[in-house]
Write a protein that binds this ligand. Sequence first.
Ligand SMILES: [Mg+2]
Length: 317
Amino acid sequence: MSSTGQYEHERAPVILLIDDCEDVHRLLKTRLSREAFELAGALGGEEGVRLALEIKPTIILLDLDMPGVDGFEVLRSLKDDPDASDIPVLVISGMHSPHDKVTAFDLGAVDYITKPFDLTELRMRVRSALRMRQLVLMLAQKAQIDGLTGLWNRAYFDRRWSNETSRVKRCDGALSLALLDLDHFKTINDSYGHPAGDEVLQTFAQQMLQEIRQSDVACRYGGEEFAIIMPDTGPGHAVTVCERIRERLESTVWARHPSRPLTVSVGLVGTSGPTLVTPKKWLERVDKLLYDAKSRGRNRVCVADVAAEPPRMADAG
Ligand SMILES: [Mg+2]
């Protein structure tokens, strides 16, 4: 099974056209309908910025000359907003002065197409901008993937964990975090060599991906330690997922060392409602529970429900 199931940016590209001229919308809609992307449209600058933030298009086609909020202002707003600043903007404009072009590029436009435009050329430039955008996203994603296992790496975990905890804080939702550590892993490397150790890490990563849900986020936390962020999941259900992973590893027969099974110890902290536990304390708690699982004989899941705890106690971690 490919690990790409858990990666972002899998939707079809979306192009947002911001132009006050309805004819341009109609033209692009009919002439670009066979391309492999979706088209969204706004007839004014203000609506355009709002829509850009809402749907996060892959690229934006932007008219400069619009009543009210014009294209320059739209560019400024988009580039000032961290949630939109990296969306490539192609300007399509009837303004021909070199000064307008320079200003548009200065404000962060990636291309400038003059009206009236040739549709074939527009199509080519859009395709080229999409290709470039996808390459950038792919490179950015590769920098967050662990080379050995194909799981998200620690850098991605840190970012995602901070996002998920602040989301839970805002909407009082459920969230669980599991920390998984392979038991006595070093003896595999020592007794059977590093290729055997690598095979264990890769196989365990694949087993995790097969047992978690689409919305769960599996990461290599470091060495033989792994983490699973389970959004919208209380500790009750998270335990079931972790137990499945634990049992599956325990029953795996290894071709290189059939007489040496592997097990995993798991610390798990979750909440199904409001919690006052900070993200840092949460991590400390899960670390402590993993340690408990180890000291109680390994090959087990130790769990805490931080929603059930009184605030003061929870805050003290
Ligand atoms: Mg216009």
